[in-house]
Design a protein around this ligand. Structure first.
Ligand code: PEP
Length: 253
């Protein structure tokens, strides 16, 4: 059985003090039971202090972005090797905000995915459609395009060390959530697409749901056979909210 991954994407929120409080609250409240892993992805300036806070806990550390370049004259960028040095085990790549606001292309996302893996970091590859695309019945085509860019560049076997997050753009930060059935359909589609190239591997890949996941809707979403956790924005900013999702994962396992 696949383990659940409950990942908090703090985005550009918080302060040093808020980050300390949030992490201590999570560390102190980890639910009993197994079958799940917790991950926090703070803004870059807080990675080093959060790394110390989580070092004696079972919580993993991740970053929200990474450069596709190894090193050099790339002002403002952060190399995967630097994240690794800080203790990051994961990094989010291709979040819809990076694609839409910062113009990241699927090819660039694939290059970031490869850079992360080369440094020994597990990329969390985000894919998802906008509302217009869903209404035009283009959801699967959009997901396939985003996935294929990585499959073509890195190969299916690379997914042995990667996580996928299905994040319908229309459900991110909007309070709208895909129904468990809507999410399950897309998760299944993603797994089948991987299985066309490597069925055994496809069965082991964690596919997270992201889009206004909260304590209230987590049990329904996590009960779906192909939903292996969540990538959580808003509800990852308060320890109790995040822990409620963790508790749903512990109960669903
Ligand atoms: C996200 O941006 O990764 C996300 C899922 O945000 P929210 O939970 O706030 O919708």
């Amino acid at each position: 059985m696949r383990e659940f991954l409950i990942a908090g994407n703090w985005k550009m929120n918080g302060s040093s003090a808020a980050s300390d409080t949030l992490v201590s609250g999570i560390v102190d409240g980890i639910p009993e039971g197994g079958g799940f892993r917790l991950l926090v992805c703070p803004p870059f300036p807080y990675l080093a202090s959060v790394a110390i806070q989580v070092s004696s806990s079972a919580i993993s550390l991740g970053a929200q972005n990474v450069s596709e370049h190894k090193a050099g004259a790339f002002t403002g960028e952060t190399a995967a090797s630097m994240l690794k040095e800080l203790g990051c085990g994961y990094v989010i790549v291709g979040h819809s905000e990076r694609r839409a606001i910062f113009g990241e292309t699927s090819e660039q996302v694939a290059a970031k995915y490869i850079a992360a893996q080369a440094a020994g970091i597990v990329p969390i590859l985000c894919v998802g459609e906008t509302l217009e695309e869903r209404e035009a019945s283009a959801t699967e085509d959009i997901i396939d395009g985003q996935l294929d860019a990585v499959l073509d560049a890195a190969g299916v076997d690379s997914f042995a060390s990667a996580v996928i997050a299905y994040e319908p753009v229309w459900a991110i930060g909007t309070g709208m959530t895909a129904t468990p059935e809507q999410a399950q359909d897309v998760h299944r589609h993603i797994r089948v697409r991987l299985a066309e190239q490597n069925a055994e591997l496809a069965d082991t890949v964690q596919i997270l749901y992201g889009g206004s996941m909260k304590g209230e809707n987590a049990p329904g979403l996590l009960s779906m056979p192909d939903i292996d956790g969540g990538l959580i924005g808003g509800a990852s900013l308060k320890a109790d909210d995040f822990l409620a999702i963790a508790a749903a994962a512990a109960a669903a396992h």
